[in-house]
Design a binder for this molecule. Structure first.
Ligand SMILES: Nc1ncnc2c1ncn2[C@@H]1O[C@H](COP(=O)(O)OP(=O)(O)OP(=O)(O)O)[C@@H](O)[C@H]1O
Length: 362
């Protein structure tokens, strides 16, 4: 079996004087060449996880392994991690090439080889020919790529990226995250990518780990976190879902049905159960209703929940309507219909064949 490129094994860390663990018993791993994102709210422990892997902090318990070797006690310079910071931390008085070659000089690489490798790294990030320019003369997006080239040039065992996109304007950010994913896959880099933005994480990463208050809630592909949240906390954080009280009934053991009754109208779908909810009928459960799983009913004969539009947001191909349903639940409904106005009375149809179900107490 191939060793993981990166492993956090039951890692716990508490800062001196802090009242709670910044990271609590976290186990995570990345396969060689895998892009793993850590997401979570502010203060959830994302940066702490990165600093522990880099070696800037020592865990109180647990171990950090790179390529199967325990590096928990090694200083940062002996771990072979490349870092890209939010503010890039480039040297303004050095040229682009000098910035990129900086880590090689510190490692005693000869001048001619430094130049060749720096130029290759600049090529890899799409900045061939810019080596002589001053970093201050570059745009924000170009500076971000210089920071990436500087981290890649040392051929790191693991690349660590701390909010690398958050300094870019929205348009550039969307383009850059696609490029970043393509580049890291092309170069077969194993990367740990920290962000508070789940769209960035979904766009860049192969798998996403969600932290809350230092604890790992779930790790999986973006699709898994979205379609099959493990708990109420994950369902509430990921995506724009409404969590609605529901009951499980009938169906087979493998796939029970979920029924949601609002304003006296019951609608039903197959349940996509969170793991551990196999005997879900004994639990109180919530259905996770995503905007694209709901539709505005046009046919009066349809079974649909009555409600009122409280706001609408035009989003190009669809308009997302916020609808307060009778029964006190507010949902978001994506619809191509542009004629619905705030204050309109509407009815909302459950359009999905399957709906995610989580435990109400998880
Ligand atoms: N140097 C420190 N000393 C004491 N407590 C700290 C220190 N750094 C972080 N913490 C605390 O540890 C917890 C985790 O912080 P961390 O910076 O890892 O979170 P984060 O998810 O990266 O947050 P953000 O998105 O705001 O950067 C927080 O409660 C924070 O207040």
């Amino acid at each position: 079996m191939t060793a993981s490129a990166l492993q956090l094994a039951r890692v716990t860390h508490r800062y001196a004087g802090a009242e709670r663990d910044a990271l609590s018993d976290v186990t995570l791993d990345a396969a060689p060449g895998e892009l793993l994102a850590i997401v979570g709210a502010s203060g959830s422990g994302k940066t702490t996880a990165l600093r522990l892997v880099a070696g800037y902090e020592r865990p109180d318990a647990g171990a950090i392994l790179l390529d199967g070797a325990d590096v928990t006690r090694l200083p940062p310079e002996r771990r072979g991690c490349g870092m890209v910071f939010q503010h890039y931390a480039l040297f303004p008085h050095l040229s682009v090439e000098e910035n990129v070659a900086f880590g090689l000089e510190a490692r005693g690489v000869a001048r001619a080889e430094r130049r060749t490798r720096a130029q290759r790294a600049l090529e890899a990030v799409g900045l061939a020919g810019t080596g002589a320019r001053r970093v201050q003369a570059l745009s924000g997006g170009e500076q971000q790529r210089v920071a990436l080239a500087r981290a890649l040039v040392i051929e790191p065992r693991v690349l660590l990226l701390d909010e690398p996109l958050s300094n870019l304007d929205p348009t550039l950010r969307v383009a850059t995250r696609d490029e970043l994913r393509a580049l890291l896959h092309r170069e077969r880099v194993t990367a740990l990518f920290v962000t508070h933005d789940q769209e960035d994480a979904f766009a860049v990463a192969d798998r996403v780990a969600l932290l809350q208050a230092g604890r790992l809630l779930q790790v999986g592909t973006p699709e898994t976190l979205y379609d099959r949240p493990a708990s109420r906390a994950v369902a509430a954080f990921i995506g724009r879902g409404a969590l609605v009280p529901a009951t499980l009934a009938n169906g087979t053991d493998a796939a029970p049905d979920v029924t949601i009754t609002l304003g006296g109208v019951a609608q039903r779908a197959a349940a996509r159960m969170a793991d551990g909810l196999a005997d879900g009928r004994a639990h109180r459960v919530l259905a996770v209703l995503r905007p694209e799983q709901l539709a505005l009913a046009s046919d009066a004969a349809d079974a649909a929940w009555p409600g009122r539009v409280t706001s609408r947001r035009f989003a190009g191909g669809t308009t997302v309507h916020q609808v307060a349903l009778d029964g006190g639940v507010t949902v978001q409904v994506a619809s191509a219909d542009r004629g619905v106005r705030e204050g309109d009375t509407v009815r909302v149809r459950l359009a999905a064949a399957q709906v995610a179900v989580v435990g109400a107490d998880t």
